[in-house]
Design a protein around this ligand. Structure first.
Ligand code: FE2
Length: 416
């Protein structure tokens, strides 16, 4: 009997959660994982010895603003370092947006991300301007990069749905144009009532257009900012559950424990996803505090302990809110380990999951489209690390050296 042949066989791969000595071989046929087994007897046209290094599904960037990426200092620097000065500066910068400007910076950022093993990105697009240039640009980019990057675009009303006349219609139009998800910013609406109304409107629009939901929710140190409970209640009543995401939720870090414990039960019932952005929120929040100074990050550890799906994002790469940023998801996980005090081994592994498998859940990619199992697309990365602890510990030096193996030629053409 002739031996089974594959396009590629990766030998001696360590998967996430594997023990010290357990490694597997991964066979790939065309664009699909054909087999995962401790020892694959068939041969690949290409045989690659991974030498026991960590092989995992690609990183997932679940929260970024590509439309503002790479604009730090334009037209001026954010001197206070606050969210609200950032919104003011962006309000000036976005007046000069052109399609070419948005697309050029977005593609440059996506290349930076792809070169570091990210193959799935969810980006918000500011849809508060009548021209909808940011959205149009990102929708075109979504199409242009689809061979090497899966990009989701959230229609994000940066200035609020009810803050200016016409914003509601712009949001509706954005979904009609093809945005993948509905966004919002209830804590930035003019009143508490407008904030609640905006959450209801977001769910209504999501139902009308059959879209996912991802809301910038309670990104403020105000312990009275409580739109998360409204989001959770709407998710419970509509049954939207895991199609809904609450991003940031930094006020959750300031709630009193009596309220936080009550809220946690409601959140569990809702089944919504959470995205924390530790790099940016450790710098943006707490700016009005003297001492003690708050960390400004949501209760990541507690949400994880209560079984809720939490993923992590950069939020910003060199823009009015955050002048730093590398696009490397290990930077984000590294910061989460510190800020959220998740230094136990299981906690570090959880932080790694938050930039991989949990992100895939948040993006609603579907079980068939993500992960290292036979029958799934051959999207994987190899890290020059022993395991996820080693990968996070050495975050600056640990780069993926192989990505989307079956498309490696095309992929290299795209990112070089
Ligand atoms: Fe954001």
């Amino acid at each position: 009997m002739s031996e089974q042949k594959y396009s590629i066989v990766l030998r001696d791969c360590r998967l996430l959660g594997a023990g010290d000595r357990e490694t597997v071989d991964i066979a790939i046929e065309d664009d699909t994982i054909a087999a995962v087994s401790p020892r694959i007897s068939g041969l690949g046209d290409r045989e690659i010895d991974i030498k026991g290094k960590l092989v995992c599904p690609p990183f997932v960037e679940s929260h970024i603003h590509l439309d503002s990426a790479l604009t730090a200092g334009e037209p001026r620097w954010n001197q206070s370092g606050t969210l609200f000065e950032g919104i003011q500066i962006w309000g000036q910068r976005k007046q000069g947006l052109t399609l070419n400007d948005v697309k050029k910076r977005a593609i440059e950022t996506l290349r930076l991300q792809a070169s570091q093993g990210i193959l799935f990105v969810r980006s918000h697009a500011d849809v508060s301007e009548p021209t909808l240039t940011a959205l149009q640009g990102l929708l075109e980019v979504r199409e242009e990069v689809k061979d090497w990057m899966t990009l989701q675009v959230v229609a994000f009303p940066q200035d609020g749905i009810y803050g200016s006349p016409g914003n509601d219609k712009l949001l509706d139009k954005s979904l009609d144009m093809g945005a993948d998800a509905v966004g919002g910013i209830p804590h930035y609406e003019l009143t508490r009532e407008d904030g609640v109304k905006s959450v209801h409107r977001i769910f209504e629009l999501a139902e009308k257009y059959n879209k996912l939901i991802d809301i910038h929710c309670d990104e403020i140190d105000d312990e009275q900012s409580r739109f998360l409970e409204v989001v959770a209640a709407c998710a419970i009543r509509s049954g939207a559950g895991s199609r809904v995401t609450a991003s940031h939720t930094t006020a959750f870090g300031s709630y009193n424990n009596a309220y936080a414990f009550k809220l946690m039960g409601i959140l569990q019932k809702s089944g919504i996803n959470f995205i924390a952005n530790p790099l940016i929120n450790i710098t943006l929040q707490g700016r009005a505090d003297s001492y003690p100074k708050r960390r400004g990050v949501t209760r990541v550890k507690e949400l994880w302990q209560h079984g809720l799906n939490v993923s992590l994002g950069h939020d910003c790469v060199q823009d009015p809110w955050y002048s730093l940023g590398t696009g490397n998801m290990l930077d984000v996980a590294h910061m989460a380990v510190h800020v959220c005090q998740m230094t136990g081994m299981a906690e570090i592994a959880a932080c790694f999951n938050m930039v991989t498998v949990n992100g895939a859940k948040t993006l609603y990619l579907g079980d068939d489209n993500y992960g290292i199992d036979a029958g799934k697309p051959a999207n994987l990365i190899v890290l020059d690390a022993e395991d996820c602890y080693d990968a996070i510990r050495r975050n600056m030096s640990c780069k993926p050296f192989l990505a989307r193996v079956s498309l490696i030629k095309k992929f290299r053409n795209c990112i070089q």
